[in-house]
Design a protein. Structure first.
Length: 290
C-alpha cells in the first residue's frame, strides 16, 4: 500500500513538474530573450546618444554623466520588463522606486537645483573654462565647471566656488566671449587748451600702437566741463587679450606726450577770496606798518 502511495505521489509530482515546466520554461526563455534584446537596444541607444553629444559638442563631463545616468535608467526599465515577463508583479517595485525618488528629491532640493543649473550651463555654454566672467559680485577666470559647482579664480588668486543653481538664475557678464573689446580712457586738460590740437596728438599717439584696430577707428570726444579740467574720453578697439596692456601702455604714453608737447594736465585747485568787513583791512594794514 505504501509503495502504491509513493508511486502515486511521484506521478503527481512529475505531472505537476511537467505542467510547471511547460509554463515556466517559455517564460524563462522569453525573459532571457527580452534581456539580451534589451541589452542590445540599450547599447545601440547609448552609442547613438554619445554620437549626438559629440556632434553638438556637449561638455565631456556632462556627456559622461548623462550617458551613465541614461544607461542606469534603461537597465532599471529592462529589469522591470524581464520580471514582468516571468510573471512577477512589478507595480509594487514601481511604487517603491517612486516613493524613494520623491524622498531623495525632497532631501536634495538644493543639490538638484545645482545639478539642473550645471546641466543648463554645460549645454548652453554662457561661459567656458578659461573665460573671464563677473557673477555674484565675483570677477575672475573660470577654472572648473562641475555638475554642481563652478570654480572661479580671482585676479588676486583667491578661489571662489559658486553653486550652479545660483549662476544659472542670475546675470553673468562674460568678458571673453567676443574676440575684440573696446578700450575706454579718460584724460583731463587745462581750461584754455586747444581741444582740436590735443585730439590730434592723442590720435597720432594711438596710431603708433599696432595692437589698436583701425576699424572701428579710435575717437576722442569732449565730454565734460570738470571742476578743474576739460574732460576728454578716448575710445579704441583691440583684441580681447590686449585690453589692459593697451590701456596701461597708452595712458603712460599719453602722459609722456603731453609733457613733451606742453599740454597742461591740471590738478584740483580752488580760488579762495577773503572778503574783509568795511574798514577792517585798513586798520590791520596800519597796525602792521607800526
Amino acid at each position: 500500500m505504501e509503495e502504491v502511495l509513493d508511486l502515486s505521489t511521484m506521478e503527481t509530482l512529475i505531472k505537476e513538474g511537467i505542467a510547471f515546466a511547460k509554463i515556466a520554461i517559455p517564460k524563462a526563455l522569453l525573459a532571457l530573450l527580452t534581456y539580451f534584446i534589451g541589452k542590445y537596444v540599450i547599447r545601440f541607444v547609448i552609442r547613438a546618444v554619445n554620437k549626438l553629444f559629440v556632434k553638438y559638442e556637449i561638455e565631456p563631463s556632462l556627456a559622461s554623466f548623462l550617458g551613465s545616468f541614461l544607461n542606469g535608467v534603461l537597465y532599471v526599465l529592462l529589469i522591470l520588463a524581464v520580471l514582468s515577463t516571468v510573471g512577477v508583479e512589478v507595480t509594487a517595485f514601481i511604487a517603491v522606486l517612486g516613493a524613494a525618488g520623491l524622498a531623495v528629491g525632497l532631501a536634495l532640493q538644493g543639490s538638484l537645483s545645482n545639478f539642473a543649473g550645471g546641466v543648463l550651463i554645460l549645454v548652453f555654454k554662457p561661459f567656458k573654462v578659461g573665460d573671464t566672467i563677473e557673477a555674484q559680485n565675483t570677477l575672475g577666470s573660470v577654472e572648473r565647471i562641475d555638475i554642481l559647482y563652478t570654480t572661479i579664480r580671482n585676479f588676486d588668486n583667491k578661489v571662489v566656488t559658486i553653486p550652479n543653481g545660483t549662476l544659472a538664475n542670475n546675470n553673468i557678464t562674460n568678458f571673453s566671449e567676443k574676440e575684440t573689446r573696446r578700450v575706454d580712457m579718460a584724460v583731463g586738460i587745462a581750461y584754455g587748451s586747444d581741444i582740436k590740437k590735443v585730439r590730434k596728438i592723442i590720435l597720432d599717439t594711438l596710431a603708433e600702437d599696432e595692437r589698436i584696430h583701425s576699424d572701428p577707428e579710435p575717437i576722442v570726444v569732449f565730454t565734460n566741463f570738470g571742476d578743474s579740467s576739460l574732460d576728454l574720453t578716448i575710445r579704441c578697439w583691440t583684441d580681447t587679450q590686449n585690453l589692459w596692456p593697451v590701456y596701461w601702455d597708452n595712458m603712460e604714453r599719453l602722459n609722456e606726450v603731453f609733457i613733451e608737447q606742453g599740454i597742461e594736465i591740471p590738478f584740483p585747485q580752488r580760488d579762495v577770496h577773503h572778503i574783509f568787513p568795511e574798514g577792517k583791512l585798513k586798520v590791520e594794514t596800519q597796525q602792521r606798518e607800526k
